[in-house]
Design a binder for this molecule. Structure first.
Ligand SMILES: [Mg+2]
Length: 273
C-alpha cells in the first residue's frame, strides 16, 4: 500500500507529476465542454463509491444514479460501468440508473442499456468452487463472494491471512490447468476465468455504436484498472487514476470518490460559454 506524503515534502518531480495529472483532467473537461466526442468508462468501488469493510456494506452517495443518468445524457449514451462486481449487484447499487456495462472484469457484459446481461465466460468449475470454499473455512475472517463467473476472497477483515490464502490458492490452481487466473486487488484475491480483463472489456465496449469514434476516458482506483487505462490510451484516450490504497495522491488525478463525483457533476453540466 502506498501512503500519501505531506505536500511540504513534495519534490520537483512530484510537482511535474501533479502538473501532468492536472493536465489530463483539464483536457477531458475541455473536450466535453467543446462537445468533442468523449466516452467515459467508470469503475465502481473506490471510484464512485468509498470502499467498505465488505462489498455488501458500501454506502451509495445520494444523487449518484441521477448523476450517472445526467452524464450519460450529456455524452449521448457513451458512459459505461467497468467493474469487478457481478452486474446484477452493480445494477442494484446504482438503481435506477442503468448503463452499458462490463462486470466480473469483463466476464459479463450488457451491450445496450435495454439489453440483458450476457455471460461471456464458462460457468465456474463446481469442484474448484468447492476446493476454494474448503480453504476459506480454515481461514477465519475471509469473506467468500460468489460472482457466478468467478470468486472473490476479501481479506480486509483479516489482512494477516493474506499470505496463507495466496499460498493455498497457488497450490490449488495447478489442479485446474489453463482455466483460471489469480488476480490481486484492494484487500481482495480473485479467481477469474482466464483471458478476461477490464482492458479487454473496454476494447469491446469501445466498438459499440454509442462509444466508437469517441475519446475513451477510463477512471479507476485499482490494479485491475491499469489494463483498462492502457486500452484507453491505446485508443487515443486517457486513464485517470483515483487515489486510495493502490495509487498515491501524488500520482492520481482524483483524491477519492467524492472528488470524482464532484468532477462528474461539473462535466454533466459543462458547455462552452
Ligand atoms: Mg475499484
Amino acid at each position: 500500500m502506498q501512503h500519501a506524503r505531506d505536500s511540504s515534502s513534495w519534490s520537483e518531480s512530484d510537482l511535474s507529476l501533479r502538473d501532468h495529472v492536472g493536465t489530463l483532467r483539464a483536457n477531458v473537461e475541455r473536450l466535453v465542454a467543446a462537445d468533442e466526442p468523449v466516452a467515459l468508462y467508470l469503475d465502481v468501488d473506490g471510484t464512485l463509491l468509498d470502499v467498505a469493510l465488505t462489498p455488501s456494506t458500501v454506502h451509495i452517495p445520494p444523487g449518484l444514479p441521477e448523476l450517472l443518468d445526467a452524464l450519460s445524457q450529456r455524452l449521448s449514451g457513451a458512459v459505461a460501468i467497468v467493474t469487478g462486481r457481478p452486474l446484477e449487484e452493480a445494477d442494484h447499487l446504482l438503481s435506477p440508473a442503468r448503463l452499458v456495462a462490463a462486470g466480473v472484469h469483463g466476464a459479463q457484459m450488457r451491450l445496450s442499456v435495454s439489453g440483458g446481461i450476457e455471460s461471456l465466460a464458462p460457468s465456474f468449475d463446481p469442484f474448484l468452487h468447492a476446493d476454494i470454499k474448503k480453504i476459506v473455512q480454515d481461514l477465519p475472517g475471509i469473506v467468500f463472494e460468489d460472482k457466478g463467473n468467478g470468486v472473490a476472497l476479501h481479506y480486509r477483515l483479516a489482512p494477516e491471512q493474506q499470505p496463507a490464502l495466496l499460498l493455498m490458492l497457488e497450490n490449488l490452481l495447478p489442479k485446474y490447468p489453463n482455466q483460471f487466473a489469480i488476480c490481486g486487488g484492494r484487500k481482495v484475491i480473485e479467481i477469474l476465468p482466464l483471458g478476461f480483463s477490464k482492458g479487454r472489456a473496454l476494447r469491446k465496449l469501445a466498438t459499440l455504436p454509442a462509444f466508437a469514434n469517441r475519446v475513451p476516458v477510463m477512471i479507476g482506483d485499482d490494479i485491475a484498472d491499469v489494463d483498462a487505462f492502457q486500452a484507453a490510451e491505446d485508443l487515443g484516450g486517457f486513464g485517470l487514476k483515483v487515489a486510495g490504497e493502490h495509487f498515491s495522491k501524488e500520482e492520481a488525478t482524483f483524491q477519492g470518490p467524492a472528488d470524482v463525483l464532484s468532477w462528474l457533476q461539473v462535466l454533466s453540466h459543462s458547455r462552452h460559454p
